[in-house]
Ligand binder design. Structure first.
Ligand SMILES: CC(C)(COP(=O)(O)OP(=O)(O)OC[C@H]1O[C@@H](n2cnc3c(N)ncnc32)[C@H](O)[C@@H]1OP(=O)(O)O)[C@@H](O)C(=O)NCCC(=O)NCCS
Length: 188
């Protein structure tokens, strides 16, 4: 039998930190950590945070803002800090901050901040309602408002891009290939 969910939960209730040592088998041929290893850890911490808030299993729907700007080295301690930034009816936006620490020097790098949208699923495998979010600090209010803005902008971008795609005519846009590092290898 499933527990009865509360109407609201705080951000603190589901805040999750995952720390993992970067071992040699995680490295690519250049000796740096594979991006896929970090993505997998991010998915894991996002799931943990979302499932704790939702009180249900969750699935990953979209991932935003994944930019690996600094390499992560073997031997560094990677910490992933996740918290719920926003909740919809069945969806949750999890913000994840990733840092990598060199244990010898104590130097800490902020490698990226990304946003995972997760959806809670009920026993029937259908999206199910999640508790609301109690915002207890100004930062939590700011992140919630940012998430609303991000959602609005994503919808606008998707509409604009769909419009651009459906109106794109190769002949009209061909001049944009001048100066690009490509060649047309067939008769247009
Ligand atoms: C995501 C999924 C649950 C949506 O199912 P659906 O029947 O379309 O459900 P709904 O239309 O009711 O949407 C459910 C929620 O997902 C959100 N959602 C759906 N598509 C989305 C998208 N592309 N981006 C952001 N949110 C999205 C909706 O806004 C809604 O949120 P809300 O209830 O908070 O308003 C379904 O597509 C799914 O199960 N996908 C597979 C997920 C998975 O397996 N991930 C693991 C990686 S393989």
């Amino acid at each position: 039998m499933l527990a009865i969910l509360p109407d609201f939960r705080s951000v603190a209730y589901s805040r999750t930190t995952l720390t993992e040592l970067m071992i040699p088998s995680y490295a690519n041929f250049g000796g740096k950590i594979h991006g896929g290893i970090l993505l997998s850890l991010m998915d894991k911490v996002a799931y943990t945070c979302a499932a704790k808030h939702a009180g249900n299993y969750c699935v990953t729907v979209t991932v935003d803002g994944v930019n690996f700007l600094q390499p992560v080295e073997v031997g560094e301690l990677v910490s992933l800090m996740a918290s719920i930034n926003y909740v919809g009816r069945t969806s949750l936006l999890v913000g994840i901050k990733v840092t990598a620490e060199n244990v010898r020097t104590g130097v800490m790098k902020h490698t990226n901040t990304s946003y995972f949208t997760m959806v809670a699923k009920g026993e029937d495998d259908k999206p199910t309602e999640v508790p609301g979010l109690i915002l207890e600090t100004r930062n939590q209010v700011r992140r919630y408002l940012e998430a609303i803005k991000r959602k609005e902008m994503k919808i606008q971008y998707a509409d604009q891009f769909n419009n651009v795609k459906s109106n794109l005519t190769i002949e009209q846009e061909l001049y944009k290939l001048q100066g690009e590092r490509c060649q047309i290898g067939f008769e247009l």
